[in-house]
Design a protein around this ligand. Structure first.
Ligand SMILES: C[S@@+](CC[C@H](N)C(=O)[O-])C[C@H]1O[C@@H](n2cnc3c(N)ncnc32)[C@H](O)[C@@H]1O
Length: 223
């Protein structure tokens, strides 16, 4: 099983580097979803379940939507959007990959979730500063380190006044130079959220489900 995951990850790295060589940092996501051709087992992160670390965090914090608006950034197949919908949020979820969004609609189109194809770097203007709760899971870490400040600024921009942001990511020490995809976040990387007017209100470290992987961090911010 772990060997299979390793193989999948190797294929992901191969596709990512093919696109990176052409100077395209995001095109590989669509290529991978297309290559999967409806088989989620080809995509390492697509397990058709809400993220296990976010779920533990949400349960421990008794997260409830109560009709508040939520935005899921880089939603993939939409499992976390569905989870937030189940918790009572009014959910919008977007991804740059049209194939992922079609797939999410096939899975969850019957629910009251607004799925959109959109690029984090060219968002709808009406989304800026518009959401009570923003959820970002594993979207920052697969984008190149050189883009990290730009990615963090773009994610932060969706959070409304008094709104919250939750980031789920692999973590690393500040002095560790990550050398392969996905590139975990450091506390120094995260300090960019403060520069965007977001105050850290909770930081939780979870041991990884698979041995040898970095810890997962779930971090909450408030504007
Ligand atoms: C590693 S996957 C994680 C997907 C999902 N959040 C999950 O945890 O299952 C990263 C996702 O971000 C999306 N993505 C990458 N760059 C993006 C961008 N610029 N705008 C919107 N979505 C993006 C990808 O298509 C992909 O679905």
């Amino acid at each position: 099983m772990e060997q299979d995951l390793e193989k999948l990850r190797e294929r992901v790295k191969e596709i990512q580097s093919e696109f990176a060589e052409r100077g395209d940092a995001t095109g590989w996501f669509e290529a991978l979803y297309k290559e999967a051709d409806g088989n989620n087992e080809i995509i390492p992160w697509a397990d058709l379940e809400p993220n296990v670390y976010f779920r533990q965090w949400a349960e421990a914090n008794e997260l409830k939507g109560n009709g508040r608006s939520a935005l899921v950034v880089g939603c993939g197949l939409g499992d976390d959007a569905k989870y937030l919908n189940d918790l009572g949020f009014n959910v919008t979820a977007f991804d740059i990959s049209p194939t992922a969004i079609e797939w999410a609609k096939r899975l969850y189109g019957g629910l009251d979730i607004q799925f959109e194809v959109a690029d984090l770097f060219e968002p709808y203007r009406g989304w800026l500063g518009a959401f009570d709760f923003v959820l970002e899971i594993y979207t920052i870490q697969p984008l190149p380190l050189t883009m990290r400040p730009q990615v963090i600024d773009a994610v932060a921009a969706f959070v409304a006044e008094n709104g919250k942001l939750v980031v789920v990511t692999r973590g690393r020490e500040d002095d560790v130079e990550p050398n392969e995809l996905p590139w975990p976040l450091s506390r120094k990387d995260l300090s960019r959220f403060a520069a965007n007017g977001l105050r850290q209100t909770n930081f939780q470290v979870f041991p990884p489900e698979n041995d040898g992987e970095p810890d997962r961090w779930v971090i909450e911010y408030e504007r």
